[in-house]
Design a protein around this ligand. Structure first.
Ligand SMILES: N[C@H](Cc1ccc(I)cc1)C(=O)NO
Ligand SMILES: [Zn+2]
Ligand SMILES: [Zn+2]
Length: 291
């Protein structure tokens, strides 16, 4: 059920989310020459995220971090799992992609900072992990954070993972995708995409925003194609949602180029913080439901 009934926890944790931390993670990730799925930098970026998430996990025995190896390319996806207490069989997924590109010719020496696409999404999620750990949050469902490899070459990392989960008959009650969270192209703050997503879960997200983030304006838009990793979960029949930074028409013109940098987003992460806030509310409200 999409009940909003964990106000005490959410309202305690929301104020702890800091845009300065999101900014720092975007900076670190966009400092890699590129994060393309076949390069040494792309492999290093995956390893860096794994080490960051391991640090955040600290000594919690219910939290594990793994790297998911893909058969046909070297860049691994990263998965952090917070094991549920009494409803661990049901899983909530929050993801973004760790790879970057400057188009079909991308190679070892290409410069592809990918600050918005999608360092911003991974950074927004990393700040949620930090606050959930700092606040010693214990979900009843299992909550998984994922940084997908090889999104730019056909959603390949998330496709591998979603297929594996389906094969294992995993009960994924919802999946949230954050891909591009920091470029504010419109007056509205968050756009819920209505294609390749689940309408009921989109309504839940709109309600979470209305309830916990009442100053934020929510709009709706469409991609018109399978434009990010939410489509991999949708394809396996799971409920997916994709809150995005802008409308389709006003999306970040710098992506997939060497100009997708923090400088092109005013060297701030205030817009990306809004997505950390929405993602935290989603993770806690959905993660706290019992069997
Ligand atoms: N196609 C997507 C980015 C993307 C997604 C939605 C919109 I509107 C504009 C651009 C991509 O490159 N994901 O990595
Ligand atoms: Zn992307
Ligand atoms: Zn992209």
């Amino acid at each position: 059920s999409y009940a909003i009934d964990n106000q005490a926890i959410v309202n305690k944790l929301l104020p702890q989310l800091q845009d300065s931390n999101v900014l720092g993670t975007i900076q670190s990730l966009s400092n890699y020459q590129n994060r393309f799925y076949t390069t040494s930098h792309g492999v290093s970026a995956s390893n860096w995220i794994a080490s960051q998430w391991k640090q955040l996990a600290g000594s919690r025995s219910d939290v594990t971090v793994e790297q998911f190896a893909h058969a046909n390319w070297p860049q691994k996806s990263v998965i952090l799992t917070i094991k549920g207490s009494d409803n661990a069989a049901e899983t909530v997924v929050l993801g973004g992609h760790l790879d970057s590109t400057v188009g079909s010719g991308t190679g070892e020496s290409s410069r592809a900072p990918g600050a918005d696409d999608d360092a911003s999404g991974v950074a927004s999620l990393t700040e949620v992990i930090r606050v959930l750990m700092a606040g010693n949050y214990q979900p009843r469902r299992t909550v998984k954070f994922m940084a997908y490899a090889a999104e730019e070459v056909g959603l390949r990392g998330s496709a591998d993972i979603a297929k594996r989960f389906k094969q294992q008959q995993a009960k994924v009650v919802g999946a949230l995708q954050l891909d591009m969270t920091n470029y504010q192209g419109d007056a509205e703050d968050i756009f819920l995409f209505t294609d390749y997503t689940n309408a009921a879960q989109n309504t839940f997200l709109a309600n979470l925003a209305k309830y916990y983030l009442p100053t934020l304006k929510v709009g709706y838009s469409k991609c018109g194609y399978a434009c990010s990793d939410h489509a991999s979960w949708n394809a396996q029949g799971y409920a997916a949602s994709f809150p995005f930074e802008s409308s389709f028409n006003n999306s970040n013109p710098y992506i997939h180029s060497r100009n997708d940098t923090l400088a092109s987003m005013d060297n701030q992460a205030e817009h990306a913080l809004k997505f950390s806030q929405l993602a935290l509310a989603y993770a806690v409200e959905l993660g706290s439901d019992g069997p």
